[in-house]
Design a protein around this ligand. Structure first.
Ligand code: HEM
Length: 401
């Protein structure tokens, strides 16, 4: 790469190791114009200081209605334009409504609830690992991380066990979409919307101990509509299972390729949390936080932005910025653990961060404890990474043990 040409920001090489492209952008074009079509472009922000500034800037809002018209009419807007009953959640909302919507779901992440969730994560992890133990080999993404994450998130929402495989298939289409497979995306969003509306009706009649029922009980406080409840359930589903699956896959790969560090975790469980934090930093499961739009002309990283311009903040790139993290591409346990941006920052910071950390530490810890000979079944450079524009995670992680 010369300093004159921008590197490709897609393709298997980029999915496997995006760091060289991000380092180039940080040096030569830190607020970079990315073309998604003849008329649709966005600003991609890659430097740590610019991403941190943008996350705190009230002039950058999330409400899609404030984005440019081309963006709203394009496939990038799905499912926002297509199914409003999936789009009225906290991530598409600005103050003051944002706080009401966030409060509606916050009860699921109270210390008491998290303690119960931790127990459940341990049980489910134990059951899934019991299932693979006699086999001697497994795909840790599809056979371990996915089923654990899906079970936990579906139980939390109140989705019955018999529906989970189908719901996960729809969610996978939505998570992986870059807008080009519009028919599949429309079909998946239609199906999931109808499913969540039916689930809401069912929970109104027969409430349980879950997010959906809890939201129904609390809705009078903020005068919530049915659409706001189904949107919130949809957000938690999408935000909460591919991400943790990606974390488990990346953290386990790091352990398998850094046996000295894995030995430290095996010897001292206290190191596990630090290891998970470094995995979140280096292999940030979310590439870019969702769109933000300037409400007025503004400058970011020396670039002029116009009202409505879509802005993408790359937290994966920011977490690899050499100006902030020495030796940024190395996996090290001696860093400032809390300063990465994997869970975003500010009012939209991840609501499920504590649950994600519990899952990451529990699954990795149990894998290392129960399978002392755990090893990669394929060379690292043959592993496939998801081509998703949102998630950075392994598609499969074949291991032997
Ligand atoms: C928001 C990352 C797991 C629920 C976010 C944001 C990030 C993020 C970066 C900020 C988005 C923005 O500013 O636009 C992650 C990662 C996870 C994870 C890396 C796993 C390793 C979860 C889980 C749940 C969850 C398990 C729920 C059970 C949410 C919600 C928001 C959010 C509801 C929206 C908050 C708001 O807009 O106020 N997440 N997340 N996340 N996350 Fe997570």
């Amino acid at each position: 790469m010369t300093s004159g040409e921008a590197p490709p920001l897609y393709g298997p090489g980029f999915d496997r190791d995006p760091a060289p492209a991000y380092h180039w952008l940080q040096e030569h074009s830190p607020v970079h114009r990315v073309e998604f079509g003849p008329e649709l472009s966005a600003w991609l922000v890659t430097r740590y200081t610019d991403v941190v500034a943008a996350l705190a800037d009230p002039r950058l809002v999330k409400d899609p209605a404030r984005g440019c018209p081309v963006w709203r009419e394009s496939g990038m807007g799905l499912p926002l334009d297509h199914r409003p009953s999936l789009a009225q959640h906290m991530t598409n909302t600005d103050p003051p409504r944002h706080q009401d919507l966030r409060r509606l779901a916050s009860g699921q992440f109270s210390p008491q609830r998290l303690s119960a969730l931790e127990t459940r994560v341990r049980q489910v992890t134990g059951q899934v690992l019991d299932g693979i133990a006699p086999l001697g080999r497994a795909d840790l993404v599809q056979d371990v991380a996915y089923p654990i994450s899906t079970t936990i998130i579906c139980e939390l929402i109140g989705i019955p066990a018999q529906d989970r495989a189908q719901v996960q298939r729809w969610a996978a289409v939505i998570d992986a979409s870059d807008g080009s497979d519009r028919d599949d995306l429309v079909a998946a969003t239609d199906a999931i919307d109808e499913y969540l509306a039916a689930l809401l009706a069912h929970k109104k009649a027969e409430p349980g101990d879950d997010l959906m029922s809890d939201m129904i009980r609390q809705r009078h406080r903020g005068e919530m509509t049915d659409e706001e409840l189904t949107s919130t359930a949809f957000l938690i589903l999408i935000a909460g299972h591919e991400t943790t699956t990606a974390l488990v896959g990346s953290a386990t790969l790091a352990a398998l390729t850094h046996p000295d560090l894995a030995a430290r975790i095996r010897a001292d469980a206290g190191e596990l949390a630090v290891f998970v934090e470094e995995s979140l930093r280096r292999d940030c499961p979310v590439r870019n936080v969702s769109w933000r739009f300037p409400t007025e002309p503004m400058q970011l990283g020396g670039q002029d932005l116009q009202p409505g311009d879509p802005v993408l903040l790359s937290i994966l790139a920011a977490n690899r910025d050499a100006e902030r993290f020495a030796d940024p591409d190395a996996f090290r346990l001696d860093r400032d653990p809390e300063d990465h941006l994997a869970f975003g920052r500010g009012r939209h910071a991840c609501l499920g961060a504590a649950l994600a950390r519990i899952q990451g530490a529990t699954v990795l810890g149990e894998l290392l404890r129960r399978f002392p000979d755990l090893a990669l079944a394929e060379p690292e450079d043959q592993l496939r990474w998801w081509p998703s524009p949102i998630i950075r995670g392994l598609f499969a992680l074949p291991v032997v043990f």
